[in-house]
Design a protein around this ligand. Sequence first.
Ligand code: AMP
Length: 181
Amino acid sequence: MSDNHSEILNRIDSTIATVADFPKPGIQFKDITPLLASPSVFSETIDLICEKSEPLGADLIAAPESRGFIFGVPVAQKLGIGFIPIRKPGKLPGETISVEYELEYGTDTVEMSAGSIQPGQKVLLIDDVLATGGTIAACEKLAEKQGGVVLGAGFLMELTFLNGRNRIPDCEVFSLIKIDD
Ligand code: AMP
């Protein structure tokens, strides 16, 4: 990686706050609020995600609410491709496709509007944090249910010690910042 890239990554890293024990004890919450408050660092973040996304040649970006939207929408705009929102149940009008996935306690569900992906379209998933990989694996299933081909998944941050990328073994995974512990 060039010096220029590592300087940009240092700037991005310095705008991410870690909040201990939020939203529950034991979680080191990665707060992107300061990053979003800095237009120059946010813009550099989007540029770097685009640089890594572009070679994949996706037809569409799909991202889960709500922090996936923050990064997915500008990346889709900059690449000149469409954006598909993935939402919690009951938020999308009309017919929807859903996938249920396991949480530490209980289950959660993600939804996409039916017909939003045409069979064979190439999809790139984007989110802010890759943790256990449960959310992104459910998003991958959702896109595949509509006949989409999920090429990759891109993240601002990856909590590597949780091995989330093992949940999506068939797609290319990239993250700008890797957190090892
Ligand atoms: P997971 O399904 O475990 O990979 O969790 C991913 C989702 O939860 C992402 O949409 C993140 O926004 C959120 N998330 C998980 N862990 C964290 C964390 N430590 N800090 C901030 N967000 C997190």
